[in-house]
Design a protein around this ligand. Structure first.
Ligand code: NDP
Length: 337
């Protein structure tokens, strides 16, 4: 089998030198084990944190170990009575093309799932994150204005569409005109602003003429700088991610805005709350899955994937996602079904 291991810890954006592509012989299966053939590997922003040894909510990947990640696999061989050959599972086998599992933690997806890769996106962790962060922390009410960045990614696109279902006015923020067009025309957002535009802050203000009631925070940085003065009294800010700073090697330039931020939180009674999806909401996955399945079936949620082929393209695909060259949920097709 082939696997990508962490060879050294990246400083800034990860490079090829930070990983090693290794080929190894898998041992024969023992009783109770299954051989999993990776079909789809999910690439997600949190993986940048796992490459680093800075203290975080989860342990880092050790240098020399296989990079972690959610996968959708097919059972190639089974010595476990609960699994049969050919069936699909959601696993957490990481950046490798085959893996041996004792069956623990695998979620069975059936023999012929309609869209197996959806388990990594709209029906999986990113969709669940959008749903809980928006509804439980953001608590949007009909008529309110919701702003979300990374608006065409799996989290942002889902946040905006659920907010539309709840009757909100939705303003997306995305990188480039093609993504903004998609957010409005396909995802049904009321507006979408290109954060690369020179007058981005001004355009955002114009699009939010009643201020912002819910800002779903995915990116931080200059997008948050533009959002903060627009937040209304009693605004809610679910803090989901800060992707603009994941590769940062120093503090941002410019004046210290912390005092201003605290002042705004106080005078406008703003609620900001971070969350880690499975730690905080794991027990509510079924509620999410039932709602999302229905919305997909009713055509109320659109979902787009950014599919890359081949394990050797994983590192490039990861960097493309962090820097916004992806267009939709990033998935690497590792093997053909
Ligand atoms: P995406 O596929 O949307 O990829 C990240 C996107 O961020 C890029 O495509 C890019 O989109 C945007 N981006 C990157 N840099 C900047 C920047 N400087 N300014 C503005 N936008 C930028 O990712 P996901 O949907 O998978 O994840 C979205 C967020 O949710 C991430 O922060 C992630 O860490 C977080 N998350 C948190 C979880 C939790 O439990 N708290 C669980 C899952 C995800 P564009 O081209 O449009 O700018």
């Amino acid at each position: 089998s082939r696997q990508l291991t962490l060879a050294s810890r990246p400083h800034g954006a990860p490079t090829d030198e930070n990983f090693a592509l290794k080929t190894l012989e898998l041992p024969p299966l023992k009783n109770g084990e299954v051989l999993l053939r990776t079909i789809y590997l999910s690439l997600d922003p949190y993986m940048r944190g796992r490459m680093s040894d800075a203290k975080s909510y989860a342990d880092p990947v050790n240098v020399g170990d296989v990079m972690v990640g959610a996968t959708v696999c097919q059972v190639q061989e089974s010595k476990n009575d609960s699994f049969s050959e050919g069936e699909w599972v959601l696993a957490y086998t990481g950046w490798q093309d085959y893996a041996i599992s004792n069956g623990e933690g695998l979620m069975q997806l059936g023999k012929e799932p309609a869209n197996p890769s959806y388990a990594l996106g709209i029906m999986g962790m990113p969709g669940f994150t959008a749903y809980m962060g928006l509804l439980d922390i953001g608590a949007p009410k009909a008529g309110e204005t919701v702003v979300v960045a990374a608006a065409t990614g799996p989290v942002g696109a889902t946040v905006g569409q659920i907010a539309k279902i709840k009757g909100c006015r939705v303003v997306g923020v995305a990188g480039g005109s093609e993504k903004c067009k998609h957010a409005v025309e396909v995802l049904g957002f009321d507006a979408c602003i290109d954060h690369k535009a020179d007058n981005f802050a001004q355009q955002l203000e114009q699009a939010c003429d009643n201020g912002i009631d819910v800002y779903y925070e995915n990116v931080g940085g200059k997008v948050f700088d533009a959002v903060l003065p627009l937040l209304n009294t009693s605004a809610r800010v679910p803090v989901c991610g800060l992707v603009s700073q994941y590769n940062a090697t120093s503090l941002p330039e410019g004046p210290d805005r912390l005092g201003m931020l605290m002042g705004q939180i106080l005078s406008k009674r703003i609620k900001m709350q971070g969350f880690i999806i499975f730690d905080d909401y794991g027990h509510r996955y079924d509620e999410f899955a039932t709602a999302m399945q229905q919305w997909l079936q009713d055509g109320k949620i659109q979902y787009r994937e950014h599919m890359v082929e081949g394990i050797e393209n994983t590192i490039t695909a990861f960097n493309d996602m962090i820097s916004g060259k992806n267009f939709g949920k990033t998935v690497v097709k590792i093997n053909s079904p």
